[in-house]
Design a protein around this ligand. Sequence first.
Ligand code: SF4
Length: 350
Amino acid sequence: MKVSELTWDREGLAAAIACEDAAFEAALREEAYRVKVDTIGPEVYLRGLIEISNICVKDCLYCGIRRDISCPRYELSEEEVLSAARTAAGRRFGSVVIQGGERTDAAFIRKITRLLKEIKQIDTGDDPPLGITLSLGEQSREVYEEWFDAGAHRYLLRIEAFNPDLYRKIHPEDHSYDRRLQALYDLKEIGYQAGTGAMIGIPFQTAEDLADDLLFYKQFDAPMVGMGPYNPHPQTPLTLSGAPYPSAERRFALGLKMIALLRLLMPDINIAAATALEVLDPRGREKGLLSGANVFMPNVTPREQLVKYNLYDRKTSLPDGPSALEHGLSDSRIVIGYGRWGDSKHFRQE
Ligand code: SF4
């Protein structure tokens, strides 16, 4: 298969995803990197990642912090979140992401609202106030509006699997696919840069499913996408079911390939080099950036809590923390956009 022979319909994308020819995959990644530089430039945007809590009301079958799993729980104090945000500001990351398990209790919602307002007041010197992305799951439209009015302007809510049958296989019965889709459209209507994404290489998933994920990002007109390879957690029902999934090597190659295909399909959007890549390869995120991604999220969560945010196995072995930039990005082609919000060119042109 040759990159020039690719077609961008479901059949063509599925064929590209299924093709395991190393030369084809390398050529695809190179082409995606070239298109990224030509379209949006070589810059990589930074987001200081703050993992606010691993308490969650949901019970996704693949997740290491699901409601019914036994693990140490934590919730950062407001001062800890602000301190992490100040770290991001001090290092001129330009933006932060507040990510956590899904919670819909009033105390948590008000806490986020207060934090958004306070983060906007953090001194960033000559740079604009910190940009803020939230990734806190499904909320009511009113809550999304409250957080938008308080200063959040991007929201990441991954669909995880666009195929509804596959979605149902990896979630308990009371998790509604339709509700998730509706939440994404609510976010968009409110004015957020609404990002989404999916896991790559999960049990039961076909090349056609992954092609449908890519076509969904296009149809939803997502200004940003955060997707990454599936990393099994040993205690989850999905892992314990024994359902097969691709090898680590294959999941990593698929993760890079999905980034490259998406860059070619949607040249001017933001694509994150997900932490999940680094679980499979010490230079995983850097390789993601060289395959077409343009967003990198150094983790600024306090180290003693970071080790408890165990979505999947081996995350705690990552050389992360505020020094992750020095660990993560050594390739001379990577240019860091310090002090920039880093909104996607696609969103700015809508
Ligand atoms: S994937 Fe997200 S919503 Fe689902 S259990 Fe894990 S943290 Fe909660």
